[in-house]
Design a protein around this ligand. Structure first.
Ligand SMILES: [Zn+2]
Length: 267
C-alpha cells in the first residue's frame, strides 16, 4: 500500500479510538464525535505524530478542565450556550483551522508556516478554553474587556485575573510543546510566536464577546444568555445585542483564525 494512504488509514483508526473514548466519557455529543473523527483523521493521518501530540494535549486538557468544572458551573449553565458535551459546531470551531493547516502540510511538506499556523491556532483555542473554565474560579466578578465594568460570571467578553493567567498558561503549554516537537526551525521563535498568537486570539475572542457576539435575554429568568432560540428553561430568548450570525461557535472560530494569522505574520 502507498505510504500516505497507510498513514491516513492508521490516523483514522487512531482518531476513531480516541473519539470513541471521549464519546463514552461524555466529552463529545454524537455529532461532536463525527467532527472529532474527521479532524483527528486529517491531523493524525495527513500531519503525523507531531501534529497529533499538540491536538491531544489541547483536547485532553480542555476536556478535563470542562469535566472538573461541570459541577461548579451547574449554577451558571443557563448562561453558557452549551453544556459539557462538545457538539460538532464547537468541535469544528475549535479544531477546524488547525485541521486545515495539517491538511495543507501534506501538500506543502517543506513549508514552515503550516506548523506555525497550526500551533498558534491551537494555542489560541486552548488559551480561550482554559480561561473560560478557570476564569469562573476568580474570587471577584469579571470585568468587561471593553468598559472595565463588573459583569456576572460567565458573561461573554468578561475578563479576570484567573482567566487571564489561565489563558497565558493554556497558550504557553501548546506553544512550548510546539517548539519541542517542531519539524523545522528554532525552539524559542516557534514557542514565542505561538504563545503570542494564542494570547492575541484569546483576547480577540473576549473582544468579540463584549461587542458584536449575539447575546440574548430570557424574559422568564431575567438573565443574559448565549442561548437561542430557547433558554434552558424553555422560554424563547430575545436578542439584546450583537450580530445574529455571530454565535459562540463563530467567535471561537475567529479566535482560532486570529491565532493562525498572527502566527503566519510573525513568522
Ligand atoms: Zn430562562
Amino acid at each position: 500500500m502507498h505510504q500516505p494512504l497507510l498513514q491516513l488509514l492508521l490516523g483514522c483508526l487512531f482518531a476513531a479510538a480516541i473519539t470513541y473514548a471521549a464519546y463514552r466519557a461524555g466529552s463529545l455529543s454524537r455529532s461532536g464525535a463525527w467532527g472529532a473523527l474527521l479532524e483527528g483523521t486529517i491531523i493524525f493521518g495527513l500531519g503525523g505524530w507531531r501534529w497529533a501530540v499538540l491536538l491531544l494535549v489541547f483536547f485532553i486538557s480542555s476536556s478535563a478542565l470542562t469535566r472538573l468544572n461541570t459541577k461548579r458551573k451547574a449554577a451558571l449553565a443557563a448562561k453558557f450556550e452549551k453544556g459539557g458535551q462538545r457538539d460538532i459546531g464547537q468541535v469544528l470551531a475549535n479544531g477546524g483551522v488547525a485541521s486545515l493547516f495539517a491538511g495543507l502540510h501534506f501538500f506543502f511538506p517543506q513549508a514552515s508556516w503550516t506548523w506555525m499556523a497550526f500551533a498558534a491556532s491551537l494555542a489560541a483555542v486552548n488559551a480561550d478554553t482554559w480561561s473560560t473554565e478557570l476564569g469562573v474560579l476568580n474570587p471577584s466578578l469579571p470585568r468587561l474587556i471593553t468598559s472595565g465594568k463588573p459583569v456576572e460570571r460567565g458573561t461573554s467578553g468578561g475578563v479576570s485575573l484567573f482567566g487571564s493567567l489561565a489563558a497565558v498558561g493554556g497558550a504557553a503549554l501548546i506553544a512550548l510543546l510546539a517548539g519541542l516537537v517542531r519539524p523545522v526551525g528554532n525552539f524559542w521563535s516557534i514557542a514565542g510566536i505561538a504563545s503570542l498568537g494564542g494570547l492575541v486570539g484569546a483576547m480577540f475572542d473576549s473582544l468579540l464577546g463584549a461587542t458584536i457576539q449575539a447575546i440574548y435575554h430570557c424574559p422568564q429568568c431575567d438573565k443574559e444568555t448565549e442561548k437561542y432560540p430557547l433558554h434552558t428553561c424553555g422560554t424563547e430568548t430575545i436578542q439584546v445585542r450583537g450580530w445574529r450570525w455571530l454565535n459562540n461557535d463563530m467567535v471561537n472560530l475567529w479566535c482560532a483564525v486570529m491565532g493562525a494569522v498572527i502566527g503566519i505574520i510573525l513568522l
